[in-house]
Design a protein around this ligand. Structure first.
Ligand SMILES: [Zn+2]
Length: 332
C-alpha cells in the first residue's frame, strides 16, 4: 500500500463547517485514477463532514490532476464511460439552465461560473443571453474552451479582481470539494453577489445510496482531488455560518450512473460492471426522486432580520433526505 506522507494531516485542523476538533478515522481510500496512493478519510463526529487526510498543499496538487483522462478538463470522447458522460452532459446543461432561471425567476442576468472546466455550461448560458464570467484554474481546460467553444475562460486569480455586489448568480458545479479554504471562498462569493443573489452549489453527498453501496470504492470520493466530502448537515452548517439561507435542496440523479460505472471499475468488475452500474444508477435515481425537496424557493426574502441573507440552492447529487436536516431548513 503506497501511502502519501506529505500534506497537512486533518487531525490538526478544526472542522470548517462546525468548528469541532473531533475527527474519526473511517477508512483508507485509494486514488484509483492517477497516483495509486492511499489516503485516510476522517469524519467530523459533530457534523459528518469528511476530509481527505493528509490534504496535499497547493504546490503538490498539480500532479494529481496530471491525467489526460480527467474528463472535465481534457474533453476526450474515447471509451464507453466518456461517451456516456458526454451524453449526460448535454442533458444536464438543460437542467442546470432550468435550475438557474427558476432560482432567479428570470432568464437573464449576470452569472459567475467558478470551476468552469472547458466552459460548456458558461457557453450554454451565454447563448441564452446571460452575461457570463467563467473561471477555471487549469490552463489546458481554458485552452480547450477557447478553441472549441470560443469561450473566454479566465484563470482563478481573476476572482480577486471582480467587483463586489455585481452578480445575480454564482454557480459551483462540483467545485467546492476541490478547494482547501471553503469558508474563505464562500464569504468571498457572498461579497460578489447582489443582496438577493443566488449561490448554486452541486457536491457529492457521501450519505447517498450509492456511497453506502460502494463504501471506500465509491468513485465520488476521488481522493485527493476531493479534499472534502459533504453531508447535507455539514453543507448547511458551512453556508449558514457565512450568511446564506438554504433555499432548496435538489438531486442530480444522473450523476449516479457515471459514479457507479467508475465504482464498478474500481471494484475490478470489468465484465458485468456496466450492468451492475446501470442497476445501481436506477436504484439511486429512484431513491433521489422519492426524496426531492418539494419545498420551493420562498416568494420573497424576509422583511426583517434576514435581508442580507442570500439564497443557496444545494444540489447534492443522488441526494437522499436526512430528516434531521430537512426539518432545519429555514424559510422565514
Ligand atoms: Zn464538523
Amino acid at each position: 500500500m503506497q501511502t502519501n506522507p506529505e500534506g497537512q494531516p486533518v487531525a490538526d485542523m478544526i472542522c470548517p463547517a462546525c468548528g469541532s476538533h473531533d475527527w474519526k478515522d473511517t477508512g483508507q481510500v485509494k486514488d484509483y485514477s492517477i497516483s495509486g496512493e492511499w489516503f485516510s478519510l476522517k469524519e467530523c463526529q459533530n457534523c459528518h463532514l469528511k476530509a481527505t487526510s493528509p490534504q496535499p498543499q497547493d504546490q503538490d496538487l498539480g500532479r494529481y490532476y496530471a491525467s489526460k483522462d480527467y474528463i472535465s478538463h481534457s474533453d476526450t470522447k474515447k471509451g464507453l464511460i466518456n461517451k456516456l458522460y458526454h451524453l449526460a452532459r448535454r442533458y444536464m446543461l438543460e437542467k442546470k439552465h432550468d435550475v438557474v432561471t427558476r432560482a432567479i425567476r428570470r432568464d437573464m442576468g449576470r452569472l459567475l461560473d467558478v470551476g468552469a472546466g472547458t466552459g460548456h455550461f458558461a457557453h450554454y448560458m451565454s447563448e441564452y443571453h446571460w452575461d457570463v464570467i467563467a473561471l477555471e484554474p487549469d490552463e489546458n481546460a481554458r485552452k480547450v474552451g477557447a478553441e472549441k467553444l470560443e469561450m473566454e475562460i479566465h484563470p482563478l486569480e481573476v476572482l480577486g479582481e471582480l467587483k463586489e455586489d455585481s452578480f445575480d448568480v454564482i454557480t459551483l458545479w462540483h467545485v467546492l470539494e476541490h478547494v482547501q479554504d471553503i469558508g474563505g471562498y464562500i464569504s468571498h462569493f457572498r461579497s460578489l453577489l447582489h443582496k438577493d443573489g443566488v449561490l448554486i452549489i452541486a457536491v457529492p453527498n457521501h450519505t447517498s445510496r450509492d456511497a453506502n453501496q460502494y463504501k471506500t470504492k465509491w468513485a465520488a470520493y476521488d481522493v485527493p482531488r476531493h479534499l472534502w466530502h459533504f453531508s447535507p448537515l455539514s453543507m448547511e452548517k458551512i453556508l449558514t455560518k457565512h450568511g446564506f439561507e438554504l433555499a432548496q435542496k435538489l438531486p442530480m440523479p444522473l450523476d449516479a450512473f457515471y459514479v457507479s460505472m467508475l465504482s464498478e471499475k474500481y471494484r475490478g468488475n470489468n465484465f458485468l460492471g456496466p450492468v451492475f452500474a446501470f442497476f445501481s444508477g436506477v436504484l439511486t435515481w429512484i431513491a433521489s426522486m422519492r426524496n426531492v425537496d418539494k419545498k420551493k424557493i420562498p416568494p420573497s426574502l424576509p422583511k426583517a432580520g434576514f435581508q442580507n441573507i442570500m439564497k443557496t440552492l444545494l444540489l447534492f447529487h443522488h441526494f437522499e433526505i436526512n430528516q434531521q436536516v430537512t426539518t432545519k431548513i429555514i424559510f422565514q
